[in-house]
Design a protein around this ligand. Structure first.
Ligand code: BES
Ligand code: ZN
Length: 623
C-alpha cells in the first residue's frame, strides 16, 4: 500500500531549476530528471523561489506558530501547489492575499501529510498559517535543567533529512532550493540564530530578522533559541554557545579561521560569507550539522585539547560538498557525505600532517569493515547508490556513504594522481555550485572531465563494483599505519604482561587511544580492564569518543567500576552515535538489559525525539 502511494506521489525534479551558467561539460547534469521518493510536494511543476517565514517561538507551550509565505512561479499552469507537512496544524491558507480552501492528506509513515493548495497560472504568493505539533521530529525543546547553564529553556531544530516539514510547510526534498527571509519572535532575553545572516547580540525586543540570499534546500533550514553568547575567532569566523561554555568553546575552536582558509586553498572560494559554529547543549542527537553559515555541533567535541576538531573540518567541508553541490535524493547521500569525509581528511592533512590524517583514514576503514559486517557483505544497503524508496531515509544513515564513499574517492585520487584530482574537484564544485547532483550525473561528469574515456583507468577503478555493488571492493585503498604500528606494539606489550603504567603513550592523541582500545581482545577480563583503568583513568575521561568506547568495553567485560560514570554519561549526552551502540551492548547481556531499561527510563526525556523513537524499540522493545 505504502509503495503504491509512494509511486503515485513520486515526483520529478528538473535539474535545470536553478539558474546558472550552462557549461558544455554540465549538459548531462542539467537535463536529466530525478525522482525523489521522500517528498510529496510538486516542486517539479511549480517553481518555488522564496520563503518568507514569520513565526513566534513559544518556549512554554513548546510550539512554533506563524506563517510561511511562498513566492512561486506557476508558468507550467499547475492547478495546485503541494507542500510537505508533518504533524502541522494548518489554520488557514491564502493565495495572493485571498483566503482559499486547502486539503491535508492522511499521514503516510515517515513522509507526513501532503498539503494541497489550489492555484492558477498567475498565482505568485501562497501563505500558509500553521502551528507545530507535539511530535515535531525536527524540534528538541529543552528545559533549563537540560542545558549547560541550567537557567533558560532552549530550542533547536535538526531538519536533515526530511524533518523540515515538521516545523515549516515546505517542498522538502534536497533537490529543491529556495532563498528565505525570516522574522522570528522569541521570549525577551533569549537569542535566536538561523542558517542565515545572524545577530551577534541579544535583541532587546526578542524580535529577530534573518535573510539567506543564496538558495538552499529545506534540509538546511535551521533555528536555535536560547541563552547564547558570541565570541569572534577572526573577521569571518566565530563561536556561539551558552555563556558558561563560551570561553572553552572559543579556545577549542581557535583554529577554525585557519581551517576555512585551508579549505579554500584546496577547493576554491568559500561562498557563504561568514562561517560560525554553534555549540549546543548535550542532548544534540548528532555530532555536527552543516547548516549554512552556522554549523550546529555537539558539546562532546569540546575535549579541551582540540583533538576532535576534525568534526568541524567535516561540517565546514559540507559548505562545498552538500551545500554547494547537493545530493539530488537521499539515495545519492554518498555524494554529500563521502565527498565530505574525503575533504575533511584533506583539510586535516594540511593542518596536522599526513601522520594525523592517516589515523583518520584507518579508523574510518575499520568503521567501514564493521558496518559491512553488520549489514552483511551482500546487502544492497552496502552499495554507494542506495535504494530508500518506501523506507525511512534514516535507514541510509550508515557508515557506507561516509566511508565507502570517501575510500572510493581516495582510490580515484591514487589512480589519477592528486594534482589532477584536486583540479577536477575544484572544477566540479565551481561548475555545479547551487545545483543538485545524482550519482549517475556525477559518474558521467567524471568520465568527461577526469577519466576522458581512459579505459585502462576505468578498469583499475572498477566503478560499478563501488557504486552498484555490495561490500568492500578488492581495490579499496589503505593508508600507511605508521603511528598506529607504535600503538599496536604497546598493546601487545600490555597483553604480554607489561604493567600499563610502563607503556610509552606520552604523545598519544585521541586517535591513538581509540586504536589502542579498539583492538583489545573482545573477551578481555574485568581484571585486565581494571589495570588499564587504574593507569589511564578511562572511565573518567573527558573525551567523549574514548569514554563511549570504554563504557562499551566495560559492559562487555562486566567491569562494573565504570557503571556510575557510564550512567552519568548517559544522563546527559544525546549523541546517537554514542547512545545507540552503548545501549546496544547493554542489551546483549542479561543484567545489562535490565540496567539499560532502568537508565533509559530515567533519562529518556533528555534525548532527541528521533533518538527516543529508535531506543524505544531497541531498549524497551516497542513495536
Ligand atoms: N549531515 C550530517 C548529519 C546528518 C546526516 C544528520 C543525515 C541527519 C541525517 C553531518 O555532516 C555529519 O555527517 N555528522 C557526523 C559527524 C562527522 C564528523 C562524520 C555526526 O554527526 O556524527
Ligand atoms: Zn556530514
Amino acid at each position: 500500500m505504502l509503495r503504491k502511494l509512494l509511486a503515485a506521489f513520486t515526483i520529478a525534479i528538473l535539474f535545470a531549476s536553478c539558474k546558472g551558467k550552462s557549461k558544455s561539460t554540465d549538459q548531462n547534469t542539467e537535463t536529466k530528471v530525478v525522482k525523489d521518493a521522500h517528498t510529496l510536494s510538486n516542486a517539479d511543476s511549480v517553481e518555488v523561489q522564496h520563503l518568507d517565514l514569520n513565526i513566534a517561538v513559544d518556549m512554554d507551550k513548546r510550539q512554533i506558530g506563524g506563517s510561511a509565505t511562498w513566492t512561486i512561479n506557476n508558468e507550467k499552469a499547475a492547478r495546485q501547489l503541494i507542500l510537505d507537512t508533518y504533524d502541522l496544524t494548518i489554520d488557514s491558507v491564502s493565495v495572493d492575499g485571498k483566503s482559499t480552501t486547502f486539503s491535508l492528506d492522511k499521514k503516510i509513515d515517515h513522509l507526513g501529510s501532503a498539503l494541497h493548495i489550489p492555484i492558477v497560472t498567475a498565482s505568485k504568493s501562497v501563505k500558509v498559517c500553521y502551528r507545530t505539533g507535539k511530535d515535531a521530529r525536527a524540534l528538541q525543546w529543552l528545559s533549563p535543567q537540560q542545558t549547560h547553564d541550567k537557567k533558560h529553556p532552549f530550542l533547536y531544530t535538526q531538519s536533515e533529512s526530511i524533518y523540515a516539514r515538521s516545523w515549516i510547510p515546505c517542498p522538502d526534498g534536497p533537490g529543491i532550493r529556495f532563498t528565505y527571509a525570516a522574522q522570528v519572535a522569541v521570549p525577551k532575553g533569549l537569542m535566536a540564530l538561523m542558517s542565515a545572516m545572524n545577530p551577534q547580540e541579544v535583541s532587546l525586543t526578542g524580535s529577530y530578522y534573518f535573510t539567506m540570499a543564496t538558495p538552499i534546500p529545506a534540509y538546511l533550514m535551521a533555528l536555535a533559541v536560547g541563552d547564547i553568547a558570541f565570541k569572534s575567532i577572526d573577521d569571518r569566523t566565530g563561536v556561539y554557545a551558552e555563556p558558561g561554555m563560551i570561553e572553552k568553546c572559543r579556545n577549542e575552536f581557535e583554529d577554525v579561521g585557519r581551517m576555512v582558509n585551508t579549505a579554500e586553498q584546496l577547493y576554491g572560494h568559500y561562498q557563504w560569507g561568514r562561517y560560525d559554529v554553534l555549540v549546543l547543549p548535550p542532548g544534540f542527537p548528532i555530532g555536527g550539522m552543516e547548516n549554512p553559515r552556522l554549523t550546529f555541533c555537539t558539546p562532546t567535541v569540546i575535549a579541551g585539547d582540540r583533538s576532535l576538531v576534525s568534526l568541524i573540518a567535516h561540517e565546514l567541508a559540507h559548505s562545498w560538498s552538500g551545500n554547494l553541490v547537493t545530493n539530488a535524493t537521499w539515495d545519492d547521500f554518498w555524494l554529500n557525505e563521502g565527498f565530505t569525509d574525503y575533504f575533511e581528511r584533506r583539510i586535516m592533512e594540511q593542518m596536522q600532517g599526513k601522520g594525523y590524517s592517516d589515523m583518520l583514514w584507518e579508523l574510518g576503514y575499520q568503521d567501514l569493515v564493521t558496518e559491512v559486517n553488520g549489514l552483511g557483505a551482500t546487502s544492497k544497503d552496502t552499495w554507494l547508490k542506495l535504494d530508500l524508496k518506501g523506507r525511512d531515509p534514516d535507514d541510509g544513515l550508515t557508515d557506507i556513504p561516509y566511508e565507502k564513499g570517501s575510500h572510493f574517492l581516495k582510490l580515484i585520487e591514487n589512480t589519477v594522481g592528486r594534482d589532477q584530482f584536486d583540479r577536477f574537484l575544484a572544477k566540479y564544485f565551481e561548475s555545479h555550485a547551487f545545483k543538485t547532483m545524482t550519482t549517475e550525473a556525477f559518474l558521467t561528469y567524471m568520465d568527461t572531465a577526469l577519466l576522458k574515456g581512459d579505459e585502462e583507468m576505468k578498469k583499475t577503478l572498477n566503478i560499478n563494483a563501488w557504486v552498484y555493488g555490495p561490500g568492500i571492493p578488492a581495490n579499496c585503498p589503505r593508508v600507511d599505519q605508521e603511528r598506529f604500528k607504535r600503538v599496536d606494539s604497546e598493546r601487545v606489550k600490555f597483553l604480554n604482561g607489561m604493567p600499563a603504567a610502563k607503556l610509552s603513550v606520552i604523545d598519544w592523541t585521541t586517535h591513538e587511544w581509540l586504536q589502542f582500545l579498539r583492538k583489545m581482545p573482545a573477551n578481555m577480563p574485568a581484571a585486565e580492564m581494571k589495570k588499564l583503568d587504574d593507569a589511564f583513568m578511562f572511565r573518567t575521561s573527558g573525551n567523549s569518543e574514548i569514554a563511549d568506547l570504554w563504557f562499551i568495553m566495560s559492559v562487555r567485560a562486566g567491569y562494573t567500576a565504570s557503571y556510575p560514570a557510564m550512567e552519568q554519561f548517559l544522563s546527559s549526552v544525546g549523541r546517537r552515535k554514542f547512545l545507540e551502540p552503548l545501549y546496544g551492548q547493554m542489551m546483549k547481556t542479561s543484567g545489562g538489559a535490565e540496567m539499560a531499561r532502568r537508565i533509559y527510563t530515567k533519562y529518556r526525556n533528555n534525548y532527541h525525539p528521533l533518538a527516543q523513537e529508535k531506543l524505544d524499540v531497541m531498549v524497551m522493545g516497542k513495536k
